[in-house]
Design a protein around this ligand. Sequence first.
Ligand SMILES: CCCCCCCC/C=C\CCCCCCCC(=O)N[C@@H](CC(C)C)C(=O)O
Ligand SMILES: [Zn+2]
Ligand SMILES: [Zn+2]
Length: 523
Amino acid sequence: MAGAGPKKSKVFRYLKYIFLAVLCVLLSLFTVALLRTLSLNVNVGLQLAHWEETNHIGLDLSQRQREEMLTRFKEAIRIPTVSYSPTDLNTTALREFSSLLRKAFPTVFASSLVQHEVVAEYSHLFWVQGSQPDLLPYMLLAHIDVVPASESDGWEAPPFSAKEIDDFIYGRGTLDNKECVMGILQALEYLLLRGYAPRRGFYIGLGHDEEVSGFNGAMNVARLLEQRHVQLSFLLDEGLLVVDGVLKGLDGPAALIGVTEKGMATVKLSVITAPGHSSMPPRESSIGILAAAVKRLEDNPMPMLFGQGPERGTFEHLAHKFNFPLRFMASNLWLFAPIVGRFLALKPETNAITRTTTAVTMFNGGVKYNILPSVAEAYVNLRIHSAHSVREVMDLMEWTVGDQRVRMDLVEGFDPLPVSSYSETSFGFQILKKSILDVFPQLTVAPGVCMANTDSRHYKDLTTGVYRFAPIWAKPGDAQRIHGINERISKKNYEDMVGFYSTLIQNCDVRTLPESHSGVHEF
Ligand SMILES: CCCCCCCC/C=C\CCCCCCCC(=O)N[C@@H](CC(C)C)C(=O)O
Ligand SMILES: [Zn+2]
Ligand SMILES: [Zn+2]
């Protein structure tokens, strides 16, 4: 007992040192995090720089022009250009749509600056010639086809009616993607009418089968340009949008420019058992085995990868607009990614950026109520996080299902797309950012990951600058309208879109970006 005293005080002394060391580490971590929080404002950048002057033609539309513009847009919505499968498209509607384009945009089709060609019967490629051929051209993409829609699902207006309710136009394609098809051509129509001639040439590609993978439309347009040895400065397609109130704690709306898109895998799960009479069932049926497998997949989402892909850049760009505790966390994802990720995982539209998502989209089995089903099949559609690959996701699925009786076949799959630059010297990103802020100065612009897929993936050999954005204003619940019910756009939003494309086309006429910290970049 006599020796216990000095031993104890020695232990206490060590504990004191350990405690002090831990405190020092925590304090330094906190200081680093605080300094990062105070200094991280990646949003000023080139906005403060001196941009080359170009003649800007404002749209200044009369009331009559506004009405005409909306009438043409509504006509586009009323044509049911539905894609059901790669071999089942509404070709009558696609033909009708081609006629509408010619009727709605006569100046575009008549201009000596514009060359138009039809590709794969229903897709369109426009070349708008620039006066300075040494400037690398860019390309704007959109698609004409839409996913099916049925009024009986609960639409407030028939999906191909373009009905106006409270200054919104309702209809399939108002958000995906006829607002871009019509918005781009409408902007060009007005610019040409006002005598505009671009310095930098550009292409416009309108695909007709994007909703069933674009294997005919976009793929053939891209192939044609490759055969002609075209190289693009950058390319802009549909994808991300303006989020307003979607991210809790963010002060004001933000424009997210998709600098990449997730990969995709469609996996067919099948179980085969012996058929027979339902009066003598085995303990497990093919349907039961498959249902259990599907349940395991839903109960065990793919691992959280938040912060390991370009979504980290999203939060660094938005950090200064978050309120305090969130600002501290968003600026320091190296430390807080697991906490922020768990918070984002609570809602489907933000969960989508935290991991590879697993959606069971089709389930079939059985042919008659008194026959034991011999085959049961399900389709699982996964959207693959930038830090994952198709192979890894397939391995994880097999491990989660853990049942040899469930066969898994990869029907279609591709890895996440390359990440396009969003640095201060990236021409495409900075021109987009400037154009967004010229038209919508209240926005904060950030790079983002597009959770869905777009035609732009077929163009990856034509440019490294692939961006996915349209200035669609999405409030909470609006993202669910895309491919869902009550798809709609406000009249003001559509008019602003035309304004945005008009500004973008003119901003692209600058020869170079203004000087940044890292110097002027030549194109
Ligand atoms: C900080 C993160 C906030 C995230 C909120 C973002 C909300 C985004 C909302 C909507 C994104 C919609 C994307 C629209 C593009 C749709 C394109 C499409 O449907 N493509 C098909 C292609 C397929 C190959 C057939 C698809 O299924 O992906
Ligand atoms: Zn689309
Ligand atoms: Zn779509």
